[in-house]
Design a protein around this ligand. Structure first.
Ligand code: NAD
Ligand code: UGA
Length: 367
């Protein structure tokens, strides 16, 4: 069947000992970037995505078109479709799963809590159920989140800090994912690596995230809301540039051990790891806005709200020593540099020209 042929072709590695990776959430922001990076170095990649309309699916289709140009095929389907997943594993001997599909966003959980439970808990379990019986058993690298630190006050956050105070349902489902991973590792010998991403931004990014809609609203002369903490301080985020995150994902895949198989008893325990992938340099949201104002050559109409946004944490700040030690993770892009690349993409993608300041060509690329 043509479908099977596309699936096989896309997932076949082109380099010796290359991986064959199932990337879930491949039409998403981080997923599409990871697919391209894996393909570029000769790994086989098959995408899975349900193209849901949490944000404009046109953007997901545009990312898909880009992937298609690089001969990366995305199977349209849901994490909860067990027969579909089983069929994929019957056709392809995946060496790895890069599991990025999820219901993201902190605020939307107040409108649609079930979508978080369905994708982030039930969907993850469904994927692991199929992975545990697959032959070979793949190593799994999956997206956790900085939000698991919740109201943690240690600064910076290290992987050993407490994660028992989630501030949103999104955070609670990401934390649940880490507990679920533990049981699949323990009982079935699956090798699992969780990556706690910190507010990732960049070209092809998510329209529901602040940097993206701030850009839109500033360009359209609309007011933007800037939330504060409980004690009316500035909220800060450890904004992390997409290329740094992609390097981290590939590093985690490269150093992932093989799964040891059922029980893990005979062959020794499989690996279970969790890493922060942040930028190690938190920036107040006000500073994010002023960088955008400069890049867009437009003053923002700022509306300061002297309260936290529902579900928000006051700050995030990653300690990445562990990821550096284990796979050389080292973020290299500061917020101003990364936002310049984002704005460049934004104006070209949406065909906006006039108000953007002519940037003096800075060729010192960091990625
Ligand atoms: P995204 O929304 O752009 O990508 C997720 C993709 O998964 C989407 O294309 C969506 O259609 C797909 N999807 C969702 N539910 C699905 C399901 N049930 N079945 C199949 N496909 C499904 O988000 P992103 O920013 O690329 O995030 C990727 C991962 O990283 C997510 O797990 C997210 O929670 C996590 N994360 C992201 C950030 C960030 O700042 N971007 C930070 C921390 C963690
Ligand atoms: C982001 C992603 O949206 C989550 O999917 C992800 O899991 C999380 O990062 C993470 O790192 O784990 P968040 O940091 O809340 O979550 O990202 P945004 O929604 O873009 O908000 C960034 C900052 O802007 C927050 O401090 C928020 O308070 C602020 N903000 C947001 C405003 O001041 N005004 C707004 O209108 C929206």
């Amino acid at each position: 069947a043509p479908w099977e042929k596309q699936v096989r072709h896309s997932s076949t590695p082109r380099r010796p000992n290359g991986f064959s990776v199932l990337v879930t959430g491949a039409a998403g922001f981080i997923g599409s970037h990871c697919c391209l990076a894996l393909k570029k170095r000769g790994d086989g990649v098959l995408g899975l995505d349900n193209f849901n309309d949490y944000y404009d699916p046109t953007l997901k289709r545009a990312r898909q078109n880009l992937l298609t140009k690089h001969q990366i095929f995305i199977v349209e389907g849901d994490l909860n479709d067990a027969p579909l997943l089983t069929k994929l594993f019957d056709v392809v001997p995946f060496t790895h799963i890069l599991h990025l599909a999820a219901q993201a966003g902190v605020r939307y959980a107040m409108q649609n809590p079930q979508s978080y439970v369905s994708s982030n808990i039930a969907g993850f379990v469904n994927l692991l159920e199929v992975a545990k019986t697959a032959n070979p058993q793949p190593s799994v690298v999956w997206a956790s989140s900085s939000s698991v630190y919740g109201l943690n006050t240690e600064n910076p956050f290290s992987e050993r800090d407490r994660t028992d105070q989630p501030a949103s349902l999104y955070a609670a489902t990401k934390k649940a994912g880490e507990e679920i991973a533990h049981t699949y590792n323990h009982i079935y010998g699956l090798a699992l690596t969780g990556l706690r991403f910190f507010t990732v931004y960049g070209p092809w990014g998510r329209p529901d995230m602040a940097y993206f809609f701030f850009t839109k609203d500033i360009l359209q002369g609309k007011p933007i809301d800037i939330y504060q903490t409980q004690d009316q301080k500035e909220v800060a985020r450890d904004f992390t540039y997409i290329d740094d995150v992609v390097k981290g994902c590939l590093g985690a895949l490269d150093t992932a051990e093989k799964s040891t198989g059922s029980g893990g008893k005979k062959k020794g325990p499989a690996q279970l790891r969790v890493y922060n992938l942040g930028n190690t340099s938190p920036v107040p949201v006000g500073r994010l806005v002023s960088i955008l104002e400069g890049l867009l050559n437009t003053k923002a109409k700022k509306h300061v709200i002297t309260m936290p946004r529902n579900g928000d944490v006051p700050f995030t700040h990653a300690n990445v020593t562990l990821a550096y030690k284990d796979f050389g993770y080292k973020p290299t892009t500061d917020l101003a540099t990364g936002l310049r690349k984002f704005v460049k993409w934004y104006v070209s993608y949406f065909g906006i020209q006039p108000r953007v300041k002519k940037e003096t060509q800075n060729t010192k690329e960091s990625g």
